[in-house]
Design a protein around this ligand. Structure first.
Ligand SMILES: NC(=O)c1ccc[n+]([C@@H]2O[C@H](COP(=O)([O-])OP(=O)(O)OC[C@H]3O[C@@H](n4cnc5c(N)ncnc54)[C@H](OP(=O)(O)O)[C@@H]3O)[C@@H](O)[C@H]2O)c1
Length: 273
């Protein structure tokens, strides 16, 4: 088997497969020969991703599901655990969104939905699908977190906290599973060109993003899949993002706070330092 078709005969499930980074992850996996199980709400967009995957001569099955709705999420989990004859080779928890706004004014349903989609769904999917991978002695869990998980992000506090949860959960899980053959990869993209910001009702021009490079969804997807297949525990796509991430994780908290204030100054009228 050529290296480019190294996932021939393997099945991967990708959430948030209808657009953006998730769609590109599906296509990258399909190019490597993986069969795909695709999850998102938008049936038409999901079917378009599936058709693009099938062009690479792999099978692609769609599971239109709103992961914010407990009944739909639980029905998906039941279907995946009861009906599948064999373990998935990979689970990619990529679906996620943010509702931009002052915490004190966020409506309760937006808070519940962010926690449900960004945090609870990945955790419950992993809990349901990992045992079969462990029994098979191989597999990949990939969570798409964010660099937001390492810094204060005013007006995105719930979103950033859900991503910080994934960063923490994955480092514990990777250690817990170290001798099982199952690899855990936490992907922390920086700013990426997708519909994410428009859908979050967030105008990037109202931020001072000097020093924050913007990457393409395709490059993020490639780095994520290559990192996962190489068994890397953490993937930060893009060289400049890796430098920034190093600063965010190792500089004094006062530096991180100042950076967050500078980024938000135009919104908050806050002083730059
Ligand atoms: N773009 C960035 O700058 C950036 C940076 C760091 C991290 N990330 C993370 O990357 C991941 C992908 O984001 P993206 O940039 O590709 O954004 P995107 O283009 O808005 O895609 C988000 C995906 O999540 C799915 N999704 C959202 N709510 C869902 C729900 N209730 N149920 C099921 N699926 C749902 C969407 O599908 P439907 O709408 O069809 O349901 C879509 O496929 C997210 O976890 C995001 O937090 C993005």
């Amino acid at each position: 088997m050529t290296k480019s078709r190294q996932l021939e005969g393997r099945s991967w499930l990708v959430t948030g497969a209808s657009r953006g980074i998730g769609r590109e992850i599906c296509l990258d996996l399909a190019r490597r020969g993986a069969s795909l199980e695709l999850v998102a709400r938008d049936e038409q967009a999901l079917e378009e991703t599936a058709a693009a995957c099938r062009a690479h001569e792999v099978s692609a099955t769609t599971h239109p599901t709103d992961l914010a709705k407990p009944r739909q999420r639980d029905a998906l989990i039941l279907k995946l655990t009861r009906e599948r004859g064999q373990a998935l080779h990979g689970l990619v928890n990529n679906a996620g969104f943010s509702q931009h706004g002052d915490f004190a004014e966020l409506n309760e349903s937006a808070i519940r939905e962010m926690i449900a989609v960004n945090l609870l769904a990945p955790t419950l999917l992993a809990r349901a699908l990992l045992p079969a991978m462990v029994a098979a002695g191989e597999g990949h869990l990939m969570d798409v977190a964010s660099m937001s998980g390492w810094m204060p992000v005013p007006r995105e506090s719930i979103y950033a906290a859900t991503k910080a949860f994934l960063v923490s959960h994955d480092q514990s899980l990777a250690e817990e599973l170290r001798d099982t053959g199952v690899r855990v990869t936490c992907v922390a993209p920086g700013l990426t060109e997708t519909d994410f910001f428009a859908r979050a009702n967030l105008d990037l021009d109202s931020y001072d993003l000097r020093g924050f490079p913007q990457g393409s969804a395709r490059d993020v997807a490639r780095a994520a899949v290559e990192g996962a297949l190489a068994g890397r525990r953490r993937v930060i796509p893009g060289f400049r993002n890796r430098i920034l991430a190093f600063g965010l994780r190792h500089a004094p908290r006062s530096w991180t706070r100042r950076l967050a204030r500078r980024v938000n100054a135009r919104n908050a009228g806050a002083p730059e330092s």
